[in-house]
Design a protein around this ligand. Structure first.
Ligand code: ATP
Length: 374
């Protein structure tokens, strides 16, 4: 790819705190363009509650097309219509791997200091297929849980490849790479049992990665008791959703938790948190989860488009977020009193200051959050 080729980013501005967080992300991308010569083109892909109110469809076909035609999609949280927007996008575009890292940063207070784990959540099946039925005049209900060997083995391979790519940084801390498969196969031997069996099958191809099984209740407990022991957790859709909110609190809060939804040729990046209607419009939402999602997007673009400027920009962005956070400029959810736009402004300044200094250099110690995405 030529150095000045534009990268097309499809944009879902979302609901609640979504638009204010999206503005923050756009300012940061503008600063990145200025500092690193990257060119972004933006394609609107409206989805969510506002879109539903406007035309009765939370995900118009034109938005889905805009996402398909883009190089990557950046999404702020949507509100009540998540099931008809983001869940549909994940399934329609087969974004099968939901990557949710939980990592300690110096500027975010936590009971722990060395948590660095990634939840790899299967993103297309399980109870999320949305097949629910009510009977007996609404007094009885069932939901269909779908698990296939194909999707389970696919997500397991993603998890093991990710563990391999993190091996060096794990070894540097005296830890070995590991994958823990989380399920409830004792209660659900057919569905979760198939998931476990598929993961066990894949594990045989990765003898250098240690593999174990854990029931989801035990995983929930161990995530609070000893989160530093985890490396990669591979799990089904529902458990992954719940455990990733928990993991984000363990490292300091949901306002700092980013995520990626990755398919074979396309990916969408979004904060783990929802639209936070309780603080929407007040200008106090923490932009870090959104900005770390931008970082994951740059990592993925760097790798899949073979664009080293994206990797440099990603390193500079993480460095800038850390510098600003460590200077005490942070939102109230993580112990500060700054507003969203003040943090954004400072991070932008920091990025631009790298134009002439470290920004053009290779070899930052900051590791990529999306290490396995080809
Ligand atoms: P969803 O089910 O869509 O994930 P949710 O019901 O779990 O959403 P969130 O919208 O994630 O809820 O909000 C949960 C809590 O976290 C709320 O108190 C909200 O204010 C807070 N919160 C979420 N995101 C942020 C943020 N970026 N900055 C500060 N606080 C946040």
């Amino acid at each position: 790819m030529s150095r000045h080729h534009s990268l097309v980013i499809s944009c879902i501005e979302g609901d609640g705190v979504g638009p204010e967080l999206f503005r923050s992300a756009r300012s940061v991308l503008d600063s990145i363009s200025e500092a690193f010569g990257l060119r972004f083109e933006y394609a609107n892909a409206p989805a969510g509650d506002k879109e539903f109110k406007r035309n009765g469809n939370a995900l118009p076909e034109s938005s889905l097309e805009a996402i398909k035609e883009s190089d990557a999609c950046l999404k702020a949280p949507v509100g009540e219509s998540a099931r008809d927007s983001i869940l549909k996008i994940r399934q329609e575009l087969d974004l099968y791997a939901n990557i949710r890292p939980a990592k300690n940063y110096h500027f975010v207070e936590s009971k722990f200091s060395d948590v660095d784990l990634v939840i790899v959540r299967e993103n297309t099946e399980d109870l999320y297929v949305g097949k629910e039925v009510t009977y007996e005049h609404g007094n009885k209900a069932t939901a269909l849980k779908i698990i296939t060997k194909k999707a389970s083995a696919r997500i397991a391979r993603y998890g093991f490849d990710l563990a391999l790519s993190r091996r060096e940084s794990r070894n540097a801390k005296g830890k070995s790479p590991s994958v823990v498969c989380v399920s409830k196969s004792n209660v659900l031997p057919k569905t979760d049992g198939l998931f476990v069996k598929s993961c066990e099958g894949v594990s045989k191809n990765y003898p250098s990665v240690s593999f174990s099984n854990m029931y989801v209740d035990s995983a929930a407990m161990n995530l609070i008791r000893n989160p530093e022991a985890f490396d990669v957790i591979v799990t089904t859709n529902m458990y992954g959703d719940i455990l990733s909110d928990e993991a984000s609190e363990v490292v300091g809060g949901i306002g700092t938790a980013p995520s990626a939804n990755i398919g074979d040729n396309l990916a969408l990046f979004e904060p783990v948190h929802g639209a936070a209607p309780d603080i929407a419009g007040k200008g106090v939402a923490n932009p870090i989860a959104m900005l770390l999602s931008v970082k994951m997007m740059l990592d993925w673009l760097g790798k899949t488009k073979r664009n080293p400027d994206c990797n440099r920009a990603s390193e500079a962005l993480l460095d800038s977020i850390s510098v600003v956070g460590e200077s005490g400029v942070k939102t109230s959810d993580i112990g500060g009193s700054a507003r969203t736009d003040e943090i954004t402004r400072k991070i932008c300044q920091e990025i631009k200051s790298k134009k002439l200094s470290s920004g053009a250099k290779n070899g930052s110690p900051m590791e990529s959050l999306v290490t396995n995405c080809e």
